[in-house]
Write a protein of this length. Structure first.
Length: 516
């Protein structure tokens, strides 16, 4: 974390016992990884039967891992033998680290840690698996608040690598460093973060859902089409709507509301009326059988809207510049006469076929772009993670654009092997505006001392499986381009929501980057 120097520390010795409080999915997962790493683990829950079930289930999981060759039979038995039930909090007196994974309620967590202070030694470290509650607030009532940090795992714990190590105002840097190294010893990928609303992941991820909901609200495309574009062009593992359905709209909407309120109603985090309506209706996603999609034996996922095959109208195509999209088209187009044109300052012009011109989106709508360039037959192409490998690409047409000109660009993209989805003309399209906003939020976390650029990127890759860290992605696109996209979005919508992070502006002015 910028401004914080973490001392060199050693992981908690395996000779010290780890206590896990809460035997639900998160608590059991934490107990599993700690036991697998060689630590004796005491598991406590107010329901003793839940502890017994969790220990049995974890033992069964170790047996399955041994059956798959992921660990030996002896290792599985030894790991299972390190799991011990605790009938009372007083049984945790010898613990060197206590990890709390109970209900997300500040008062309940405060009482638990206050009770623990009367049981454990003063050198015992406290860690909360909270996903949203301030570590500073949890620790405020402790006699030794410096011993408390956040240790936020992601579900399912045994499979997800990321752990956010969260320091409150009173947290000791040595304690945070020890917990960081302990997470490393458990085979995890930890990151340091300051105790601010959403920490890293739940804050930086908000635009992934918010921009998709805005695009839907403006009727630019249906959820299945937007999801397909983010997956097949953007490289994300799941589209935003299917991911919200998986998480549950009650959970996702509550997190958005929490972050929005915690940042004093900053418009960047404004919740969606569409999602609020889903919650009001009880359409919570997979768990209720209906969200943006229907679920069940008879349900079928809708297909994304894909442009019908279009006919090439010209045998000659002009490709402009040397950008990633231009180079990918040059490599992917075959059997078509391509003329390469290098024109400095061509405003992201990518290709021309007859009167039709196609530009990479820069945050303006196609209609605004056509007006600014005084060229009616304007088509915009959305960003892709890798234009050489993308299987789908999104386009939008200016209102002034003729059908023939729009079809000509579609035909060329189809000839290059892309499935083409058309978005109605919204500023910034889908992938570009999403990536720009993710990068902008990540930049603000760095600028505000929440985490480092490296940790911000690793958190989003390891915690929510993004194909690339947002700041590394911004470096690849160009920070000046990101700033332009955000500025054009701000002009189009007239909202502070799209203000450019001061750190992006600073690095743009200096010709700098976030990495390297």
């Amino acid at each position: 974390m910028p401004g914080t120097s973490y001392p060199k520390a050693l992981a908690l010795p395996p000779s010290r016992t780890v206590a896990v409080i809460g035997s639900g999915a998160m608590g059991a997962g934490i107990a599993q990884v700690a036991a697998a790493a060689g630590y004796t683990v005491q598991l406590f829950d107010t329901r003793p039967e839940a502890v017994a079930k969790a220990i049995a289930d974890i033992g069964g999981m170790f047996d399955k891992l041994a059956g798959k060759g992921r660990m030996t039979t002896d290792e599985a038995r030894a790991a299972a033998s390190r799991l011990r039930p605790a009938a009372e909090l007083s049984a945790l007196a010898e613990a060197g680290l206590v990890v709390e994974a109970i209900v997300e309620n500040l008062d309940v967590k405060r009482k638990l840690f206050a009770d623990l202070e009367a049981v454990v030694a003063d050198d015992c470290i406290f860690a909360s698996n909270t996903s949203s509650i301030s570590i500073t607030s949890i620790g405020a009532a402790l006699r030794l608040p410096q011993r408390l940090v956040g240790m936020h795992f992601f579900n399912p714990v045994p499979l997800m690598a990321l752990v956010e190590i969260i320091s409150g105002l009173a947290s000791d840097a040595t304690v945070a460093a020890c917990v960081y190294d302990t997470a490393l010893a458990w085979g995890k990928s930890p990151v340091h973060t300051k105790s601010t609303p959403g920490f890293i992941v739940n804050r930086v991820a908000r635009p992934y859902y918010a921009e998709a909901l805005r695009i839907l609200n403006e009727q630019a495309a249906e959820p299945a089409t937007i999801d397909a574009i983010l997956r097949e062009a953007g490289g994300f593992r799941m589209g935003p709507f299917e991911l919200m359905d998986l998480i549950g709209h009650d959970v996702n909407f509550a997190v958005t509301q929490s972050v929005f309120n915690a940042y004093f109603t900053d418009p960047r985090f404004t919740p969606s009326l569409i999602q609020q309506e889903l919650v009001n209706a009880g359409f919570l996603g997979r768990k209720s059988g209906r969200g943006f999609y229907l679920y069940g034996d008879a349900a079928a996922m809708p297909a994304p809207a894909t442009e019908a095959a279009a006919a090439l109208l010209s045998a000659v195509v002009q490709l402009y510049g040397t950008g990633p999209l231009t180079e990918a088209l040059a490599a992917r187009l075959s059997g078509i006469s391509v003329e390469r044109v290098i024109v400095p300052g061509a405003d992201n012009l990518v290709l021309q076929c007859g009167s039709a011109r196609a530009y990479l989106t820069d945050g303006r709508s196609a209609t605004q772009r056509a007006s600014d360039n005084r060229h009616p037959d304007t088509v915009l192409i959305d960003l892709a993670l890798d234009f050489n490998k993308a299987t789908r690409i999104a386009v939008s047409r200016a209102d002034q654009c003729s059908k023939a000109a729009g079809d000509a660009i579609v035909a060329l993209l189809q000839a290059a092997g892309f499935a083409v989805s058309r978005l109605d003309d919204v500023p910034g399209m889908a992938v570009m505006r999403t990536v720009a906003m993710l990068a902008n939020e990540a930049a603000d976390t760095v600028n505000q001392g929440v985490c480092s650029a490296a940790d911000a990127d690793m958190a989003m890759q390891k915690g929510v499986n993004y194909p690339r860290g947002p700041l590394a992605w911004a470096d690849a696109i160009g920070l000046e381009t990101i700033a332009d996209v955000l500025s054009h979005l701000a002009n189009a919508y007239g909202e502070d929501r799209y203000r450019v992070s001061p750190l992006i502006m600073r690095k743009t002015a200096a010709g700098g980057r976030f990495h390297g």
